[in-house]
Write a protein of this length. Structure first.
Lengths: 791, 159
């Protein structure tokens, strides 16, 4: 009954089936519970005055008129707020040498990016707070700014943190094999490209939002949070506001998209919590869209000089690159802004056998908004470097892009093994995924069709990406470096008197369907109809301790904890049932809400059992101590990460007269191990691909040379809309991970990680016969026309 | 800036009279004054479509309309749709297709999609995509939403 081998083909298993999400109806009927929906008695509304300069000394700040404005509750300058908040520094010990300066929630003395908070106003409405903020007079002494990452380390560039001597935050080199000798061989072809990856951002439709409540009689902070990691924030508020950790409750109910944006420590949110504590009343802050663009973390911003050497038969002889990335004036707290560059070094080339590999990363400070982890951290850069150079090399030696992949991809039967950078890899299926992709897209027919259309002046291209995705991270990701970020997660199941289950999990829901898959696992493994499961996530007071949902860990780690807890509760319930029914536990099962005998004949309902235990304990032997609640925790132990793999292809049409790129079709074959809910996985892939297409073609945070963000509205910053997007064809290979009984790996970031490389390769496939190629994202019409020499 | 005016309008079938600041937009009025938090605000300048709802049966960006402009009008929010049963087939199709993830764009997406369906829009995927191109969704990639609209138009899902 509890044999794991039988878990997935049990008659009432929900694992592997598409079932609707329990949250859907609520959200469709306007009954969501988002942070801005919260109205509390005596609640003040916060607005922030933000620096208009990229780098400026705050000479003086006069808040008298703002304080006197009717309806204003309080005004805080940076210095005033600093009295209530311990500064924070975004470094981790396992990223040796990473440095950053102490950060305050509101700038003290110097503002270091346009948009950094300079003063906070709390009033009886947001509108009043904004009115009063306009009355604050700040005298700035504008300082020379270091905005361009590519010149950040030049001797003449202003140093943002003078104590450091230069703008270098971190650097790392990986050097494996003999790269120089491989490039010097006379039997290899070498391709070399400079690739640029623009800054973009998450554009969650629900902006960052916070409601902080403080009860001085209990010294207790409740923080309603639109985010992904409640327990991490519990630690951060406790530490930096000087509260006992158990007195801080962080609640995340409905979250209107996050994608990594809402997993960091933002000064305006910390100030909101501190203001509630100081003022002893609730305070709400909701970022408006301009604030979102200026202060939500940005992502990417890499310049890469890459080289690849291939032999005449297409074998990769060597891969080398230098990566430079600009992270803003501080490393973000607590996850740091060096993780993306680290990921680029770890992941580039990981799908392939790369005998000689050298990569360097330099992470530099600059006077722009901070850069940090956003969906598919590092993956789009890593995949574009290797797969971009690989298709470039294939073209140089006249080899088909699929053939060159088959020549170099790691063998499906060769695991476990390690990538060139030393990443431990297991249970992957690159060749199977590529075979399935080629079949799915009818590759040969498509090639022939493109060739025929080319003759008619229609320029279409096909591009691929073979990828890996980091999922299910172990403590080696953050915890090892001292971050307050749990890698283990817990699940609790409680059988209630009515025969239903209350389950709680420390992973969180931001729309991907976490609550649904937790319900599926609990219902299927324990044995009740899924309608009888209520799922609670996102509340540090009521769920087990854990990390939350990020790095594609919700299903793989949270799901396994739920499976183990369900098995434990089942065993506990069957022990009780065996006594009541005078049977052996091994001869009983739980199906469809009843205890049954081994062949499924019902013996008693779970409600009868629970009511006996809870109400009529007198009917039970006195030495029986029933426990109808079980908690289990799970962490990945043998591997730093559980990698997944995928193969993707894009089909695009480039208009050489306008520079416009149309994505005609997109295919993704993903191996995320055991699929718990096929529809939810497919939708994660599709949504992820569209975010990847956004980064490849449209999205960029544009700064002036002086560090002014030029596009702070959704009319100026382009995101993918329905009209531009193709239908996306998704298929799966299922290679369960052996690190867990459930066998699930993550799926949330694959699309975003792989799509940019596939789209770039497709555009270059279309451009190559026109004698050019493009290596800068987003691939805007203007950049394509420039590549074509038309402007 | 604190000038006010008294307005009377119908919201989800109920007559409502309130004195409001003249600068307050309709979305903020519905959310803050009436507690109808199903209407979501995403960009506050008419681009993202999250706040789309029906005013006198026409789709309107409620962030671009002042509350005082709705004086005398009939407003239907996502809560009103649910209570009246209008759009039940579309909600069923959204559920079946998982055409929503975080749910933040959903009220506006439903309003725009219902407008398309109720004005006789065809099950042409490109036309549906074009019609919905004023509604931003960061989660789904749109395909499931298009599928759901097609399901309703072609009668595969009924209320």
């Amino acid at each position: 009954m509890t044999n794991p081998l039988n878990l997935f083909d049990r008659p009432n298993s929900y694992i592997g089936k598409t079932v609707p999400r329990p949250d859907a109806r609520r959200l469709l009927e306007g009954r969501g519970r988002f942070v801005d929906d919260i109205q509390l008695p005596r609640m003040g509304h916060a607005a922030f005055l933000r620096s208009p300069h990229a780098h400026a000394r705050i000479v003086s700040i006069d808040v008298a008129a703002a304080r006197a404005h009717p309806g204003v509750i309080a005004v805080f300058t940076g210095a005033e707020m600093a009295q209530h908040v311990e500064p924070y520094v975004g470094v981790l010990t396992h990223l040796a040498g990473l440095r950053s300066a102490p950060q305050h929630p509101i700038a003290v003395d110097i503002a270091r990016w346009q948009g950094e908070p300079v003063a906070m106003v709390i009033a009886d409405s947001r509108a009043t707070a904004e009115d009063a903020a306009e009355l604050i007079e700040v005298e700035y002494d504008e300082l020379p700014a270091a905005c361009d990452a590519e010149t950040a380390l030049d001797p003449g560039t202003p140093v943002i943190h003078p104590a450091f001597g230069n703008n270098l935050a971190w650097e790392r080199t990986v050097d494996v094999g003999d790269v120089d000798a491989a490039f010097a061989r006379d039997d290899v072809t070498v391709v070399e490209r400079t690739m640029r990856f623009g800054r973009h951002t998450g554009v969650t439709l629900e902006p960052r939002a916070a409601v902080a409540e403080f009860d001085p009689s209990e010294d207790r902070l409740t923080f309603h949070y639109s985010g992904q990691a409640p327990h991490m924030m519990q630690f951060i508020f406790a530490k930096h506001l000087g509260l006992p950790e158990e007195n801080v409750r962080v609640v995340a109910e409905d979250v209107g998209g996050s994608f990594g944006i809402k997993i960091h420590t933002y000064g305006d949110e910390v100030a909101t919590a501190a203001a509630a504590k100081v003022l002893r009343r609730p305070v709400k802050f909701v970022a408006d869209r301009a604030e979102s663009f200026m202060t939500d973390i940005h992502a990417r911003d890499h310049v890469v000089e890459g080289r690849m050497a291939v032999t005449a038969d297409g074998g990769i002889a060597a891969l080398a690159f230098d990566d430079l990335t600009g992270i803003g004036p501080f490393s973000m707290y607590p996850r740091t802004s060096a993780i993306e560059a680290n990921q680029v070094l770890n992941l580039t080339g990981a799908p392939y056998v790369v005998p000689n590999y050298r990569a360097t990363a330099r992470v530099v400070f600059q006077n722009k908004n901070m850069m940090c982890q956003y969906r598919a951290v590092g993956h789009p850069i890593a995949m574009a470097i290797c797969d971009g150079l690989l298709e470039d090399a294939a073209a140089a030696i006249g080899m088909d892009p699929v053939a060159i992949r088959r020549r170099n991809l790691m063998r499906d039967d060769g695991y476990p093994c390690a990538s060139a950078s030393g990443m431990k890899l297991a249970d992957l299926s690159h060749h199977k995924a590529m075979d399935r992709l080629v079949e799915l897209m009818d590759y040969d027919r498509l090639r022939a069709e493109n060739a025929a259309l080319r003759a008619q002046g229609i320029h279409r291209g096909i591009g691929f990406c073979s990828m890996v995705e980091v999922t299910n991270p172990s403590p080696m990701f953050y915890g090892v470096g001292g971050a307050p970020i749990a890698s283990q997660d817990g699940a609790t199941l409680r059988l209630d008197a009515g025969g239903g289950l209350q389950v709680a999990s420390s992973v969180t829901e931001q729309g991907q369907g976490t609550n649904a898959i937790l319900a599926q696992i609990a219902a299927g493994v324990f044995g009740v109809p899924i309608e009888r499961v209520r799922v609670k996530t996102g509340d540090t007071e009521t769920v087990p301790y854990g990390g939350g949902t990020w790095a594609s860990r919700g299903a793989g780690i949270g799901g396994e904890a739920m499976l183990q807890a369900a098995l434990a509760l089942k065993s506990q319930v069957l022990d009780v049932a065996a006594v009541i029914l005078q049977a052996r536990p091994d001869d009983l099962d739980i199906r469809d809400g009843s205890v049954t005998d081994a062949n499924g004949t019902p013996r008693m309902t779970l409600s009868d059992l629970a009511r006996t235990v809870y109400y009529r304990g007198n009917e039970l032997p006195s030495d029986l101590t029933p426990e109808l609640i079980a908690t289990r925790h799970y962490r990945v132990t043998d591997f730093p990460f559980v990698f997944t793999n995928g193969a993707m292809a894009a089909h695009v049409e480039v208009d050489p007269d306008t520079g416009f790129v149309r994505v005609l079709d997109f295919w993704a074959v993903e191996d995320c191990g055991r699929v718990i809910n096929p529809q939810l996985v497919d939708e994660q892939i599709r949504g992820g691909v569209v975010q990847g297409i956004g980064g490849a073609l449209y999205e960029e945070c544009l700064y002036s040379p002086e560090g002014q963000l030029l596009n702070t509205t959704m009319a100026d910053y382009l995101v993918p809309m329905a009209g531009e997007m193709p239908d996306i064809h998704v298929a799966h290979v299922e290679t369960p991970t052996r690190t867990s009984v459930l066998g699930a790996k993550g799926a949330g970031e694959a699309g975003t990680g792989g799509a940019p490389a596939a789209v770039m390769n497709a555009v270059n496939d279309a451009l190559r016969p026109l004698g050019t190629s493009i290596w800068q994202m987003p691939m805007t019409p203007e950049r394509i026309l420039k590549a074509l020499g038309r402007v | 800036m604190t000038q006010t005016r008294t307005i009377t309008l119908t919201v989800n079938g109920d007559s409502v009279t309130r004195t409001v600041p003249v600068r307050m937009n309709l979305a903020d009025f519905l959310r803050a004054e009436l507690g109808l938090t199903g209407t979501h605000v995403g960009c506050e300048h008419g681009v993202c479509g999250a706040c789309t709802l029906h005013v006198d049966d026409a789709p309107v960006r409620s962030c671009l309309m002042l509350a005082v402009q709705a004086d005398g009008a009939s407003v239907t929010t996502v809560e009103g749709l649910a209570d009246s049963g209008r759009g039940a087939a579309l909600r069923a199709a959204f559920t079946a297709r998982n055409a929503l993830q975080c749910g933040y764009c959903t009220p506006g997406m439903l309003a725009s999609a219902l407008d398309y369906i109720d004005t006789g829009g065809s099950a042409d995927r490109a036309a549906i995509r074009e019609h919905l191109s004023g509604n931003y969704c960061r989660c789904t990639g749109y395909q499931a939403i298009v599928d759901a609209v097609c399901d309703v138009i072609e009668g595969r899902v009924t209320a």
